[in-house]
Design a protein around this ligand. Structure first.
Ligand SMILES: [Zn+2]
Ligand SMILES: [Zn+2]
Length: 269
């Protein structure tokens, strides 16, 4: 691996939840985003604070067209020339006056190389046109992102099992959701196979995916109304404990940058 001032590999969560989702993956001076759910000005500020020039991004991978995932995509693409990577159904739904931006069509289930990043998508079940999760291979590591999905399909389990870092949704606690203030039609939507993963479903996916290798799990996309950080973390830990399993699990903040994953820190350089 190269040494010096470049970051070997770093994954940073810039936000996770209905007010905006964005994961920054950096490797040797190169960078890409998985989703860009903030306004362009907020996103630009968050990137600059991390010494990432928006115009230098290799790509933004789009999981699906809900606004908490694409709010900044159009401006990022048009103002900074960032390449938008998505399947056709999602790409058509990214708002873009004049469609003057560069894009890479990635049919669901296929793979593309973008600079040092090997990007593959996999289908997930969610109430969007053609939602996907991503697995990004870089520097010998695999990072999987699976948020906004109703259940853990074999595709999801396979991606999470492959990953050294897996970002997995833990949207709600089922009892909180059912007893909470949401109207019934919305509760039913969230609980459906096209909705969002509960803490329990997230735990089951992690338990299924665990391998002997060291893996890190970030619990993502927590609901402000129907979950708490401690409910998600405890729920997953207790489930794993009860099955004699242990994993490196941490919870992402909703509204601000939170966790950083750096498997090979080269120290200050
Ligand atoms: Zn979302
Ligand atoms: Zn969504």
């Amino acid at each position: 691996m190269a040494t010096g001032g470049f970051i070997t590999i770093r994954v940073t969560c810039l936000g996770s939840g209905s007010s905006g989702n964005c994961i920054l993956i950096q490797h040797h001076g190169r960078a890409l985003l998985v989703d860009a759910g903030f306004t362009a000005s907020r996103l630009t500020q968050l990137l600059r604070e991390r010494r990432v020039v928006p115009g230098d991004l290799d790509a933004v991978l789009v999981s699906h067209e809900h606004s908490d995932h694409i709010r900044g995509v159009d401006v990022l693409a048009r103002r900074f020339g960032t390449t938008v990577v998505a399947n056709d159904a999602t790409l058509r739904r990214v708002p873009s006056p004049g469609r003057r931006f560069s894009s890479t069509l990635l049919p669901t289930g296929s793979t593309v190389s973008i600079g040092p990043f090997e990007v593959a998508s996999f289908p997930v079940s969610h109430d969007a046109a053609e939602p996907v999760g991503y697995i990004v291979g870089v520097g010998g590591y695999q990072v999987a992102v699976a948020t906004d999905l109703g259940y853990g399909s074999p595709h999801v389990l396979e991606a999470v099992a492959l990953a050294d870092l897996a970002v997995v949704e833990a949207n709600h606690d089922v009892d909180h959701l059912i007893g909470g203030p949401y109207p019934w039609h919305l509760k039913r939507r969230i609980l459906s196979e096209n909705g969002h993963l509960s803490n329990r479903q997230s735990a089951e996916i992690i338990a299924d995916a665990l391998t002997a290798r060291r893996q890190t799990y970030w619990l993502a996309h927590l609901s402000r109304t129907n979950n708490t950080t401690s409910l998600a973390e405890q729920g997953v830990r207790e489930f794993l404990d009860s099955h004699g399993l242990a994993a490196d699990v941490a919870v992402l903040e909703r509204d601000r940058p939170s966790l950083i994953w750096e498997p090979e820190s080269t120290g200050p350089g």
